[in-house]
Design a binder for this molecule. Sequence first.
Ligand SMILES: [Zn+2]
Length: 120
Amino acid sequence: MKTLKSILTVTVASIALSAAAFALPPGKGGPELTTKDQFAELKAGDKVTLVCKMDDFRKEITIKDSKAAMALCEQDTKVHCDTCKKDYKVTWANPKSGPTTTMTIVDENGKPCMVYIKAS
Ligand SMILES: [Zn+2]
């Protein structure tokens, strides 16, 4: 019985690992956009990918101009996931404390659900 249990544990662990790798394949896309500076650097024609961590929903967005880029990360902006059929909300950890503040997109319970990734 002991052996069977350890085989099962290993199997479950490797399934969990491959699921995580699938959600964010290494080398595909750039870093997560989490600071105002990163959004401020986006230029017209740049592409970002909106990724839902809950179901791997992806949507590519082409930046129209820097104003549109900043609008993506505005506090309380609603972000819709077509797969979850839910609206999530842009929130800043601490809006007034400068460049180290980070943006997350959270559900109604404050759990991070979606991220913007700089498309390469
Ligand atoms: Zn979703």
